[in-house]
Ligand binder design. Sequence first.
Ligand SMILES: [Zn+2]
Length: 328
Amino acid sequence: MDFVSPGKRSGEFRFKYSNNELALGYIPIPVATIVNGTGPTVLMIGGVHGDEFEGPVALLNFFHHIIPSQVHGRIIILPALNFPAVNVASRVSPWDDGNLNRAFPGDADGSPTEMIANLVETAIMPVCETVLDLHSGGKAAWFAPCSMAMQYDDAIISEKNLELAVVFGTELVWLMGDLNDNRSVNHGALRNNLPMISVELGGGGQITPEVLRVGEVGIRNFLQYLGVLDGEPQRRSHPPNYLRIKTSSQSIYASHRGLFEPNFTPGKNVTAGNVAGYIHHFEDISNPPTEIRFPVDGVAMARCHRGLVERGELLGMIGMEVDPPSKQ
Ligand SMILES: [Zn+2]
C-alpha cells in the first residue's frame, strides 16, 4: 500500500500465521491513510480491545467523510487493530488470548498479538508525530467519556499529553501516573518519544449516538489542534474536571458472586460512605444483600456493566478531583 502519495486509500497489513483454523493464510490488519500537502503524521487507533466498538466506528465514519484537501500532512488510521479480537467482539485475541494493551513492544516472530504490537511500535510509530488511541469499557464496563493524559517524568511529553487530552473535549480528564503498565500502547508511544492520549468512550458492548458524537467531535478537535485538519477545535466553555486514581481503594471490586445492583451513574459526583450498590445472594434468599459504599469523595468514572458479577470483578472506579498540573 502507498503511504506517501496524496489521496485517501485503504488496505491491510498481512501477518502470516498458521494454526488449525488458518493453515496457509494470513491475519489482515485493516489500515487507511489520508495524505495531502505538508504537515505532521498522526496515528489514530481503534480496536486494541475487540469489544470496544465506539472508536472503530468513529474512525470509520471519519475516514468515509473526510475530503483529502481538508488534510495537511498524513493521517494513518488503524480502526480494528487487534483484528482477530474485533472479528469476534472479544477483549482479547481468540488466537493467543493476547491483550494488545499488554503486548508492547511485541515480537516480530511472536504470537499474533505480539506481532501486531511490534508492527505498531517499531514500524508505524517511528514515522508518526502524535498518537490517539480510542477505547471504551467494552462489554464489562461503562465509562463516562474521559481523555487520559499519561504524566511521566518527561515534563515536555507530559505537558503535550495534557494539552491533547483537554483539546479532545471530554468533561473528564484522567491524569494517569507513571505506574501505567509499560506494555501498553501508551508506553510504545513513550519509547518513540511521541505525545499520545487514550480516550474511554462509553462501553457496555454497544454504541450510543451520544458517546459516538463525543468521539467524533474529539477526533476532529485533536486533528485540528495539531494542524492536520482544516478548522479550529471546539473550545470548551469551562475547564474539564481533572481526576486521578491515587490508591487502589478507588477501584471497587465484588467481594463475592451475586447480582449487582448499582446506585451511581458514571460522570456524577459521589460521596465517601454513601451506598454505591448492593450484591444480592440470589442462591440464598435468607442472606441479605452485601452493601457497598464509596471509599472516597470524587467522580464515578466507570461502572460494571454486568448484572451477574464474580468475586474480584470491578464494580466501579472513583476518580479524585485534583487541580490541573502546573506548567513546568
Ligand atoms: Zn480498551
